[in-house]
Design a protein around this ligand. Structure first.
Ligand code: VG1
Ligand code: CO
Length: 543
């Protein structure tokens, strides 16, 4: 039994994107592909000898094999202990919490989030640092650089490890501790939220549904919603984790959570519906026949959050990704707390949370979170909403409409053109960039362009800068169109177009979002030539 050093040759495509390295399962199944990336992570880190690593994934196809490999590599590289979820399963927010709670050196999350799973689906790997959050770009860039020059990796000779039973075993000198994936996370939720009040709400006949979409949140939701909060059995839909996510696309939005949506729009619809994604960090919140945009959801938490025990201390600030709507900005302004605008991806929130500059964070892509961990957190958002509803004793729709009444409504939509030709997508973006100077002052459909630019960001805490984070077209009336290319896809390019309009007039706040944004949708096509470049007549997904 010993450390083996294996000779390898580099791959040139191991650049982490918005959230780790995501590729087709078949790419990860190539000999040494995973090993090279994992060794590149370890070679980039320093002084972890004898320390603890947290390890788990969303349960998708290839998870177990990858966990087995990573455990043996961690042992050969000198980690002292690995905390791994039973069955190799941990949600992304649970990994973040475990790193923090047990003072781990870092963690590895195996997930491609909502991307489909199975032998022909996607797989992914992400490294999280000691604050529990995704590694910042300085580290992910260093990992990529290393991966292009790697010549060898270290792995312990094959040892049997039983991932299905709680307890300790060893690989070489390293302890492998199999832990309950849910327990610590559920304890944290009990500390943050008023479980007594939520229990009373449910007892009083308030009906809820949660769709785990056959992905990682099933066991978490069952334990928290059904066992601890007393929601009736059957509250959690699709609660069994399957390695192909039941053949579905576990993305909590109106398109992919179609079953839940049908139930929430039925005549006997429950009062509250929610869904989460493959790895448990996203959330969608629905009322009876009512959809809450993720951007409004963040604003609702900022407006009402201090009723939850974990936030009674007050909210010091909020942060949102640039394409997320400015709904929360208006809450921050009125309540006089700071509001930060960051690039897309949770890794940019970490420094603000660590420095105590932000309490809540959110993204338009169904991501909400806070300083309780350093990832977005799907079930946390669901519990936060339930806590607010228990406190306010009103409906989801009323809570959102109250927000609009105070601050105005921000109409919002995102149009995705998935798997388009990569060259065509980058031409579209570069043509937009080339037109910045002439766009300013142009009038389209009665709307004047105030500024066209590309978003860049300098982290106010650590000074790290990043550029090319999305093209923004800002109009004089406050409307915005943002164009970005996705950094999480695994085939072709995905063009995202984010559309936003502020409507202060209460009598104009009840339109369908696509209708209210129709002129901006047309302008986006005029300015970028979407149909012409992509050859598509309509987006693949609208959220
Ligand atoms: C997308 C979302 C982004 C999110 C990221 C990871 O990135 O737009 O807001 O942080 O996914 O979420 P992109 O680069 O494809 O637009 V998850 O739940 O997929 O880890
Ligand atoms: Co996710």
């Amino acid at each position: 039994m010993s450390i083996q050093t294996k000779i390898t040759t580099p791959f040139d495509d191991q650049k982490p994107g918005t959230s780790g390295l995501r590729k087709k399962v078949k790419v990860f199944q190539q000999p040494n592909y995973l090993e090279n990336f994992v060794q590149s992570i370890f070679d980039t880190l320093e002084e972890f000898q004898g320390k603890t690593l947290v390890l788990g994934g969303d349960g998708r196809y290839h998870n177990r094999e990858a966990i087995h490999t990573i455990l043996h590599m961690a042992a050969a590289n000198g980690f002292g202990k690995v905390l791994v979820g039973r069955g190799g399963v941990l949600s992304t927010p649970a990994v973040s919490h475990l790193i923090r709670k047990y003072d781990a050196f870092g963690g590895i999350v195996l997930s491609a989030s909502h991307n489909p799973a199975g032998p022909d689906g996607d797989f992914g790997i992400k490294y999280n640092v000691s604050n529990g959050g995704p590694a910042p770009e300085s580290i992910t860039n260093a990992i990529f650089t290393h991966s292009k020059a790697i010549t060898q990796y270290r792995i312990w000779s094959d040892t049997e490890v039983d991932l299905d039973y709680l307890g300790d075993s060893e690989i070489g000198n390293m302890v492998v501790r199999v832990i309950d994936p849910v327990y610590d996370y559920a304890q944290l939720m009990e500390e943050l939220f008023d479980f007594e009040a939520i229990r009373a709400l449910l007892k009083g006949g308030f009906r809820i549904l949660f769709d785990a979409m056959h992905a990682v949140t099933g066991p978490y939701a069952r334990e928290i919603l059904e066992n601890r909060l007393g929601a009736p059995a059957g509250t959690v839909l699709n609660g069994v984790v399957k390695d192909d996510f039941g053949g579905g696309h576990p993305d909590p939005n109106l398109t992919y959570a179609a079953d839940l949506v049908a139930r929430m729009w039925a005549d006997d619809a429950p009062d509250f519906g929610a869904a989460s994604d493959g790895d448990g960090d996203r959330n969608m919140i629905l009322g009876r026949k009512f959809f809450v945009t993720p951007s409004d959801s963040l604003a609702v938490l900022a407006e009402n959050g201090t009723c939850a025990p974990g936030y009674a201390r007050g909210i010091v600030g909020v942060a949102r990704s640039m394409p997320t709507s400015q709904s929360v900005d208006r809450v921050a302004e009125k309540k006089n707390f700071a509001c930060f605008e960051t690039p897309t991806g949770w890794k940019f929130f970490g420094s603000l949370l660590d420095a105590g500059k932000a309490t809540l964070c959110g993204e338009e892509s169904f991501g909400t979170g806070s300083d309780h961990v350093r990832e977005k957190d799907g079930l946390w958002a669901v519990l936060f909403w339930l806590n607010i509803l228990a406190h306010r004793k009103t409906s989801v729709e009323a809570v959102v409409k109250d927000l609009w009444a105070i601050y105005g409504r921000t109409y919002y939509a995102r149009h995705d053109y998935e798997d388009v030709d990569s060259a065509a997508a980058s031409t579209l973006m570069s043509e937009l960039r080339a037109n910045f100077a002439t766009l300013t002052g142009q009038v389209h459909e009665g709307l004047t362009i105030k500024l066209a630019d590309e978003f860049g960001y300098t982290d106010p805490v650590n000074g790290e800068s990043t550029i090319k984070q999305g093209v923004r077209i800002l109009f004089v009336d406050g409307s915005r169109i943002v164009f970005r290319l996705s950094g999480t896809g695994t085939s072709g390019a995905t063009l995202r177009i984010y559309l936003e309009r502020f409507e202060p007039n209460p009598s104009l706040q009840h339109k369908d979002a696509q209708e209210a944004l129709a002129d901006l949708i047309r302008i986006a096509d005029t300015l970028a030539g979407i149909k012409q470049h992509t050859g598509r007549q309509a987006p693949t997904v609208i959220t």
